[in-house]
Design a binder for this molecule. Structure first.
Ligand SMILES: NC(=O)c1ccc[n+]([C@@H]2O[C@H](COP(=O)([O-])OP(=O)(O)OC[C@H]3O[C@@H](n4cnc5c(N)ncnc54)[C@H](O)[C@@H]3O)[C@@H](O)[C@H]2O)c1
Ligand SMILES: O=C(O)C[C@H](O)C(=O)O
Ligand SMILES: [Mg+2]
Length: 610
């Protein structure tokens, strides 16, 4: 048996450190298991790719077919199976095909993570819609039946008092990135209880693919505090706690205990809150953001992506960015995402005008399920209150409390119509046609709700009814629209995936203990300035998803630089704060790129004594 001495281990560790600066050297990876246990561990398994020497060293000889298949060959073999699945399911319903593709990828994820992330990264445009939005929504809805193996951690209402010890059940001593949900507002699909775990898994897949976070250092978490979804509670296969959702102090106590457990074990971890219903999304953000390194993606990530798109829409009209303050923006949906977008847009207006008084510059109209939100609203929600229309400068006559979307669009003639309502088709033919009278030379329509069925309109309808001149973005992917005569209506994907990976990675590499508004703003500005004038002229507001690693590198670097400027950066691993302070922009980008994980088979070395 091949044993490694302590001295050799020290050398290997040094080699691993050297590797940080020279990615060409494949770094050895230390495992504390042998034989079949390795084959059953997706972090280390290479399937038929184990070389003979490793098979000998790790006790794998005889446990695998004799032929050694290279990483490239394995990759091709998987892609071939994916292509034949596509061919064989050509005539099947869309949902069946989507789930079949997800199953194929998920089986690989469960078996061999290195190969899984290789195929994901190299085919991100084709595979993001399967492991992320929109298919991930379908997966969550069908989770009870699809469940085969657990992934991540589950803390339930029944675990009160136990979380501090439970957190040590997670097998990795190092965790950089956590995404947590309580399943209460999964995309636009509502309360899916424990089945919402698919969302943290999909978001973290994007962290690995886009930000190069090491998959051994990610952790998806479900806080199962019950569900108010009767259909799930009645389903005998439901895998969550069968009770109504905890509320009030009982709920707070669970989240507090979870947060304490996480930061006790991993004080440098970054926690992303995802798909919490609005009241808890805002409350947890306010409760924890000044104490821990956390953010809420639906409020803050979405806001940055939307702001970048709104600034792009100004440029698309061939107007200077400062004209943003003159844009009339109608937001449909006063939830965590809609309010997050408006708060960020309001801050941008205040920065541009140097005026914090909203009355003089209130270019926003907010609607929720009861129509236009005004100061006459009974029980006006405090988060919506700053955006409620009153009677003052710039008010549009004749638009009262609860006015319908169609009335608002007809009277306001907005430059931008932005949906974050979760209600599919709410931008009807009439509403879209009314956008033809927009005061903008290039009206913008953002149908940002997910998944596809919940989008406020389809891309085809937007171009058909609102005109070919619009710029269009949706939260879920749609095909570009053929407008005839060789013209194409470009479809942008306005999804927070363009920011959250860079926010997380940049924060991690800066060593900041907090995620400030300044860091979020830097991320949004980086995304906003990424596109060229030529692209913007062609209606392209966001980068192609195939360049998501590149944009994420830039966003992360912007976040690092802002953390440095705010004197929050404490450094990461051997790179001290002082070093970060002296890095130029290009050096910061290079530093970020150098620290991204990418999938290769590292030599495995067994360390005894564990
Ligand atoms: N594209 C992205 O990156 C992105 C990011 C975050 C959220 N979203 C999507 O946005 C949607 C909303 O998310 P949220 O967290 O704000 O949810 P939420 O439940 O907090 O808010 C939904 C809001 O929509 C309003 N609404 C419901 N029916 C309406 C109607 N008929 N007309 C007008 N308003 C109506 C509700 O009153 C509420 O204010 C979801 O579908 C989610 O998937 C997309
Ligand atoms: O998950 C997504 O695709 C975006 C967003 O976070 C959402 O909740 O819809
Ligand atoms: Mg979300």
């Amino acid at each position: 048996m091949w044993k490694v001495s302590r001295a050799a281990m020290m050398n290997l560790r040094t080699l691993q450190q050297v590797r940080r600066f020279s990615l060409a050297i494949p770094g050895p990876c230390i495992v504390h298991k042998r034989g079949a246990d390795i084959l059953h561990d997706p972090w280390f398994n290479k399937d038929t790719g184990f070389p003979l020497t490793e098979r000998d060293r790790l006790g794998l000889r005889g446990l695998l077919p004799p032929r050694i298949i290279s990483f490239d060959e394995q990759y091709e073999r998987f892609m071939e199976s994916f292509r034949s699945l596509e061919k064989n399911t050509k005539n099947e319903p869309e949902k069946v095909v989507a789930l079949a593709k997800w199953r194929l990828l998920n089986r690989l994820h469960d078996r061999n993570e290195t190969l899984y992330y290789k195929v994901l990264i190299d085919n991100i445009e084709a595979f993001a819609p399967i492991i992320y939005t929109p298919t991930v929504g379908l997966v969550c809805q069908n989770y009870a039946g699809l469940f085969r193996r657990p992934r991540g951690m589950y803390f339930s209402a029944k675990d009160k008092g136990e979380m501090m010890s439970m957190i040590y059940n997670w097998p990795s001593n190092k965790v950089d990135m956590i995404v947590v949900t309580d399943g209460s507002r999964i995309l636009g699909l509502g309360d899916l209880g424990v089945q919402g775990i698919g969302i943290p898994i999909g978001k973290l897949d994007m962290y690995v693919a886009a930000a190069g976070i090491n998959p051994q250092r990610i952790l998806p978490i479900m806080l199962d505090v019950g569900t108010n979804n009767k259909k799930l509670l009645d389903n005998p296969l439901y895998l969550g706690v069968r009770q109504q959702r905890l509320e009030g102090d009982e709920y707070r106590a669970i989240v507090d205990e979870f947060i304490e457990a996480v930061y006790t074990r991993w004080p440098r971890a970054i926690v992303q809150f995802e798909d919490f219903q609005m009241k808890w999304a805002f409350e947890t953000l306010h409760r924890y953001r000044n104490k821990f390194c956390m953010f809420n993606d639906d409020i803050q990530g979405t806001a940055g992506v939307a702001l970048a798109g709104l600034l792009g829409a100004v440029r698309a009209q061939n107007r200077p960015l400062s004209d943003f303050v003159k844009q009339k923006i109608v937001v449909v949906g006063a939830g965590s995402a809609g309010i997050g977008v408006l708060s960020t847009a309001k801050q941008a207006v205040a920065r541009m005008t140097g005026d914090n008084e909203t009355a003089a510059h209130n270019p926003f109209w907010l609607l929720d399920k009861d129509g236009l939100v005004t100061k006459d609203r009974k029980n006006l929600d405090s988060t919506a209150a700053p955006f409620a229309r009153g009677f003052g400068v710039g008010e549009i006559e004749g638009l009262g409390e609860g006015a319908s979307l169609l009335e608002v669009v007809k009277k306001v003639k907005p430059h931008v119509l932005l949906g974050l309502s979760g209600v599919g088709g709410i931008f009807t033919k009439e509403v879209l046609e009314a956008m033809r009278d927009s005061d903008s030379s290039r009206p913008a329509i953002f149908a940002m709700s997910n998944p596809t069925m919940n989008a406020e309109c389809t891309a085809a309808d937007a171009f058909k009814y609102a005109g070919e001149n619009i710029v269009f973005a949706s939260g879920s992917p749609f095909e570009n629209v053929n407008l005839g005569n060789g013209k194409v209506g470009h479809v942008n994907q306005a999804n927070n995936m363009y920011l959250f990976p860079g926010i997380g990675l940049g924060t991690l590499l800066s060593g900041s203990h907090f995620i400030t508004d300044g860091m979020l703003q830097a991320a949004a500005e980086c995304l906003a300035s990424y596109m060229t004038d030529e692209q913007i002229k062609n209606g392209i507001l966001y980068p192609s998803i195939s360049s998501i690693r590149h944009i994420t590198t830039e966003v992360a670097a912007a976040v690092v630089q802002e953390a440095v400027a705010e004197e929050l950066a404490e450094g990461y691993c051997e790179v001290a704060a002082k070093e970060l302070m002296h890095m130029s922009k290009d050096e910061t980008v290079e530093y970020v790129a150098r620290n991204m994980w990418f999938p290769v088979y590292n030599p495995l070395v067994h360390e005894k004594g564990f």
